[in-house]
Design a protein around this ligand. Structure first.
Ligand code: HAM
Length: 419
């Protein structure tokens, strides 16, 4: 038997409705915030992620699914959605179109990580990206969109943490201060952080190793080093959040795992799903388009992990709306009445009614049992008498109520009695 690759999951038919619920909430949020869908390829040239996500990140250094195609090109399965959208924004000249360009996506993403609860090698994201505005209102709107999406799912106790990691200018000052503070502790840090010290010291703040956490607890804070523009921007983001009644906390240790961020970064975090508690992360990335060869274009966005949201809803008992069930089941007894049952099911479907009939050659009794199992609301059992009369008893399965309905009136009857 061939098994599923490690770190991937099937979505089985009995669970697909959970995904539909989350995807519907995502699309509903997108509509409310005037975000249009963008679809980019599942794979891109590796170079895009080296430049976009950044070559000091774990994603690029350790986690990418990279391979040579038959034309000897280096190709990578996308580890996240932002870089591909940025490439498309540039390639399709969106900067000369209507701005802000507001987009969303629902995508699979691939990272070769050590699988654990909430951490997969293939996972799915609902993400949004807004291009063209450097205003703090845009940051706030993106955060409100994430919050509105989470509210639609009904998840509770998800905390919003925000931070500002400044711009190129003030981050250089901060990095120098951070390195100065960390220098006497290099020997006590984990091997990864020792490397980070040279390449990207900010990432050390995000380390989950106890020793490193102890060291960084007393580290200087980025927010104390923001230049006046970045400080003002961050203040305005916060007043926008407060004005909209959104609770948040400033967490100076949020730095995010991707290199493109500038200024605002944020995460929605839950304590209910174990170590991988970040259900949504995002921020501003004003330098990415330039990094990819375009002209300066400010941007801000987020992505939420769908598997983590499902885990959170399951772990905390947040109900998923019921899966849709067949509205009517047509049972047939013999060859002729089975044909009629089939025809009635087809006629019902043509009217947009979810209908089912037998394909297993079951007895009428077994068909009733099956109809009950799949949750059919009504059952109409057709035999010789019904064929002769052109009418059938339609049974409401919930309470056994029976109504005799002419064949040609069945669809109307079902529709009229929809609840
Ligand atoms: P990210 O924080 O790397 O950001 O991922 C966003 C979300 O994807 C995470 O908060 C988490 O819920 C989910 N996620 C990440 N890795 C995994 C995994 N291995 N298994 C399951 N879920 C995972 C980004 O990807 C940025 N592109 C977000 C963004 C958009 N920033 C600006 N625009």
């Amino acid at each position: 038997m061939i098994n599923i690759p490690k770190g991937t999951k099937d979505v089985l038919p009995q669970d697909a409705y959970k995904w539909h619920f989350i995807e519907d909430a995502a699309r509903q949020t997108a509509a409310e915030f005037n975000l249009k869908e963008i679809r980019t390829p599942v794979f891109e040239h590796t170079e895009l992620f080296l430049r976009g996500v950044g070559d000091t990140t774990d994603i690029v250094n350790k986690e990418m699914y990279t391979f040579k195609d038959k034309g000897d090109r280096s190709i990578t399965l996308k580890p996240e959605g932002t870089a591909g959208v940025a490439r498309s924004f540039l390639e399709n000249g969106m900067s000369s179109g209507v701005l802000p360009a507001k987009m969303y996506y629902i995508i699979p993403a691939f990272r070769y990580e050590r699988p654990q609860a909430g951490r997969l090698r293939e996972f799915h994201q609902f993400g949004i990206e807004v291009y063209g505005s450097d205003k703090p209102d845009a940051d706030a709107e993106v955060i409100f969109a994430a919050s509105s999406f989470l509210n639609k799912l009904g998840v509770k106790n998800v905390k919003l943490n925000i931070n500002s990691i400044g711009c190129k200018k003030c981050r250089a000052d901060y990095n120098a201060a951070l390195k100065g503070y960390l220098a006497p502790h290099i020997g006590e840090m984990c091997a990864t952080c020792r490397e980070r010290y040279e390449k990207n010291p900010l990432r050390i703040l995000d380390c989950k190793e106890e020793e490193c956490k102890k060291i960084t607890a007393g580290a200087p804070r980025m927010t104390d080093y923001l230049c006046s523009d970045c400080a003002q921007h961050f203040n305005e983001v916060q007043s926008n959040l407060a004005a909209g009644g959104l609770e948040y906390e400033v967490d100076p240790n949020i730095v995010r795992g991707l290199d493109y961020y500038t200024r605002t970064v944020f995460e929605f975090v839950s304590q209910e799903i174990g170590a991988q508690g970040t259900v949504c992360g995002g921020g501003r990335y004003d330098g990415l388009i330039e990094e990819l060869g375009g002209s300066h274009t400010p941007a801000v966005g987020f992505a939420a992990g769908i598997e983590r949201l499902i885990l959170l809803m399951e772990n905390t008992g947040v109900p998923f709306p019921e899966e849709s069930k067949p509205e009517v089941y047509f049972a047939g007894m013999d060859e002729e009445s089975r044909k009629k049952a089939f025809a009635l099911a087809m006629a019902a479907r043509a009217q947009g009614i979810a209908a089912e009939t037998d394909h297993m050659g079951r007895s009428v009794k077994a068909q009733f049992k099956y109809a009950d199992k799949i949750g059919a609301k009504y059952v109409a059992a057709i035999g010789g008498n019904e064929l002769a009369e052109g009418a059938v008893n339609v049974k409401r399965m919930a309470d056994g109520f029976v109504q005799n309905v002419r064949f040609e009136d069945i669809n109307g009857y079902i529709v009229q009695n929809r609840s």
